[in-house]
Ligand binder design. Structure first.
Ligand code: S3P
Length: 463
């Protein structure tokens, strides 16, 4: 008989913001320069995965430096609801006692993943090859996002889905009683889709293979290895093939989470655009599949030194020493998009402060993020008087090297990265920049305002 997990649906760490709290406008004011040292919170992608692999492994997994942002706390609550023991021992210190591959139990209630696309898509993969029914939902932003990219391959593995409007949350999954491994070529470059298939493949007999046209972040592959799965990665004419042998016994393994390069990005760009700045950003994950923004900033003339390169928990890390610099516009090739997919909003801010045109290509995926990010960035730039051109999958931003106008009220559309990016613009603009709602910042970067103000920024409640 299928075991049912204890009813833990109400243990999620915080209320749903959209339903239970009201918008918090915030603004940032022009400042001279930033100085000091800081360490952004843990990597979001690695934090989700550490909890998930801990839940699928036998034994106790200890995690250090876990991001305690809302998105990851949602994953922790969902895993508890699926039967794993997830405990917080102190700031960033977590423990997971797993259930073994295929050992999750049916949740007693709907799993609400809030704002997190990564959480819901990866969890869908985890439950798709277990003989049980799971219901998923999320906040208004997540309920608008397409899920067919994961349900299509997972259905081929034997799972059945029932979703609003065909592929929107709320969504029900009946996991496959007799899962089948698949070989699947990703139609879009997406680490979430790749990871969902690999997680489903863990509980299928035989070999699951994912082929990606462009390499995307490989934290799932690294962690599969770290937890003892047999996995092979090879580059071929069709792209990168990742092959996983199904039904391994995953063994608990300690995880050290580096600081998130996508969060470090805000301090790195802020220090780069403010002349005279000198900021040390510590312990940043510099996995080459995540560092497209840093490459681009260096091409633009940024002054970033990578100090003390080392490895922590199987991922490369470094301390970044960033000084203010005169940036110039560049063309950012489409092939770079997967390695900086979350960083285009903050790159657009750097571009607004650079001299010349910055052309960003291959941005189609930005339309299906926490918001239509291409639209939201263009609207924010318009509100702040920054010349730009929005294409179907491109963005061109023009600056003259002097402070942009600012003075606008930017609509964040429930998107944390839009909120943080435009707060950074306000530091260099001629007039303060306001955002309509700062609540979503907590999904990925609790303490963002305090960290930036600690370096000399002026961000605070809008009057
Ligand atoms: C993520 C993959 C990316 C990224 C997201 C995190 C992950 O999404 O935008 O913030 O952890 O796998 P896509 O897979 O949709 O590109």
């Amino acid at each position: 008989m299928l075991e049912t997990a204890p009813d833990t649906a109400n243990q999620s760490a915080k209320p749903l913001h959209n339903a239970e709290t009201i918008a918090e406008p915030l603004r940032s004011e022009p400042v001279g320069r930033l100085t000091g040292a800081t360490q952004p919170p843990g990597d979001k992608s690695i934090s989700h995965r550490a909890l998930m692999f801990g839940a699928l492994a036998l034994g106790e997994t200890r995690i250090e430096g876990l991001l305690e942002g809302e998105d990851v706390l949602r994953t922790a609550a969902a895993l508890r609801a699926l039967g794993a023991e997830v405990t917080r021992d102190g700031p960033g210190l977590w423990r997971v006692v797993g259930r073994g591959t295929g050992g999750l139990c049916e949740a007693a209630d709907i799993l609400d993943l809030g704002n997190s696309g990564t959480a819901v898509r990866l969890l869908m993969g985890m439950v798709a090859t277990q003989d049980m029914v799971t219901f998923f939902t999320g906040d208004a932003s997540l309920r608008r996002r397409p899920m067919a990219r994961v349900t299509t391959p997972l259905a081929r593995m034997g799972a059945e889905f029932l979703a609003r409007e065909g592929d929107r949350l709320p969504l029900a999954v009946r996991g496959a009683a007799e899962p089948m491994p698949i070989s699947y070529r990703l139609p879009v470059a997406s680490a979430q889709v790749k990871s969902a298939i690999l997680l489903a493949g863990l509980n299928a007999p035989g070999e699951t293979c994912v082929i990606e046209p462009e390499p995307t972040r490989d934290h799932t592959e690294n962690m599969l290895r770290h937890f003892g799965a047999a996995i092979w990665v090879g580059d071929g004419p069709e792209g990168r093939a990742i092959r996983l042998r199904g039904q391994p016994e995953l063994r608990a393994a300690p995880v050290i989470v580096p600081a998130d390069p996508s969060s470090a990005a805000f301090a790195v760009v802020a220090a780069s655009i403010l002349p005279g700045s000198e900021v040390l950003v510590r312990n940043v994950g510099v996995n080459p599949l995540r560092t497209g923004l840093f490459t681009t900033l260096l091409e633009m003339g940024a002054d970033i030194a990578f100090l003390d390169r080392r490895e922590a928990g199987g991922e490369p890390v470094a301390d970044l020493l960033v000084r203010g610099a005169e940036l110039r516009g560049v063309e950012v090739p489409a092939a770079r998009a997967p390695s900086m997919i979350d960083e285009y909003p903050i790159l657009a801010i750097a571009a607004a402060c650079a001299r010349g045109e910055t052309r960003m290509l291959g941005l189609g995926e930005l339309r299906v993020k926490e918001s239509d990010r291409l639209r939201a960035v263009a609207a924010g730039l318009a509100a702040c008087g920054v010349p730009h051109r929005e294409g179907e999958d491109s963005l061109v931003v023009r600056g003259d090297g002097t402070p942009p106008g600012g003075g606008g009220m930017v609509a964040t559309n429930m998107d944390h990265r839009i909120a943080m990016s435009f707060l950074v613009l306000g530091l260099r603009a001629r007039a303060p920049v306001a955002i309509d709602d700062a609540r979503m910042i907590d999904t990925s970067f609790p303490g963002f305002v305090a960290m930036m103000n600690g370096l000399g920024a002026r961000m605070g409640a809008a009057a």
